[in-house]
Design a protein around this ligand. Structure first.
Ligand SMILES: [Zn+2]
Length: 266
């Protein structure tokens, strides 16, 4: 008698299951749409590596100030997005460590922020890079300068497996790991330059490609922003001012917000 009851209970339970869970069985139409949840912000240089130096400004300080502001604006306006910094102070994460932080955290976006310099002091304007080797020769100076940071690391020969940032041949090693993300990277880069040009009134030198070490290994859309030239005195002054830093950071924030909206629609 008891056994019969157990069977009956079991049977009625089994019959009920589809009604209980039927509405919750995941199918394709119920899969959650893509949401950009994590951004890694990378303030270029730091610590013993000042980066480019103007008459007064050090690149590492400008990069950090603007990067922290971008993070602040994201936190204030996009509470569903987590901001992860490669550095929040005057420390020096290695070029290898920076994309590693993004990969370990499974970030959806990697944004590296830098300031430029050129022997020609009249050169000024912003540029945003995505990983690539198109017109590589034209940008070799800046690529070499940014990548040469690794020469400051003690065991760079072992760490970077013979990669020599000053030798064009070394760049043959760069493979196309970023290829799958090029469309999204370009889309963000375009929005950053549009914001700089149309909303902040900067001279945009455009979206470019370059084999930057930090853009090589991130497994997500990635850009490297050059805020302007510290070798140009008026641009240096602008980038050193609080207002200039706020304008540039708001522009980058709006570009990230527009990019997020554009990829989340689909
Ligand atoms: Zn730099």
């Amino acid at each position: 008698m008891e056994r019969f009851n157990n069977k009956k209970i079991l049977l009625s339970f089994l019959i009920t299951i589809p009604f209980l869970f039927g509405g919750f069985i995941p199918n394709e139409t119920m899969m959650p749409a893509f949401r950009m949840k994590k951004i890694v912000l990378d303030a270029g240089h730091g610590g013993s590596d000042p980066g480019n130096i103007g008459s007064k400004a050090r690149e590492k300080d400008i990069n950090l100030a603007v990067t922290l502001l971008v993070g602040k604006y994201i936190n204030e306006n996009m509470p569903d997005v987590e901001v992860i910094y490669t550095r929040k102070d005057d420390s020096f994460p290695t070029l290898k460590k920076r994309p590693e932080i993004a990969n370990t955290n499974k970030a959806d976006l990697f944004v590296s922020i830098h300031s430029n310099s050129a022997p020609n002091r009249s050169a000024f304007g912003t540029e945003t890079f995505v990983m690539g080797t198109k017109h590589f020769e034209a940008n070799f100076d800046i690529v070499k300068r940014e990548n040469s940071v690794i020469l400051l690391e003690e065991n760079y020969k072992e760490e970077y497996e013979g990669f020599d940032p000053t030798s064009p041949e070394s760049y043959m090693l760069f493979n196309l790991t970023q290829k799958g993300f090029i469309g999204n990277s370009l889309s963000l880069a375009e929005q950053v330059e549009t914001q700089f040009r149309d909303r902040v009134g900067r001279k945009s030198r455009g979206v470019k490609q370059g084999p930057f070490y930090v853009l090589w290994t991130p497994s997500m859309p990635s850009v490297l922003i050059e805020l302007g030239f510290l070798s140009n005195s008026s641009e240096e002054q602008f980038l050193m001012s609080k207002q200039g830093q706020e304008y540039m950071a708001s522009a980058i924030f709006r570009a990230i917000r527009d990019y997020k909206n554009s990829i989340e629609v689909n």
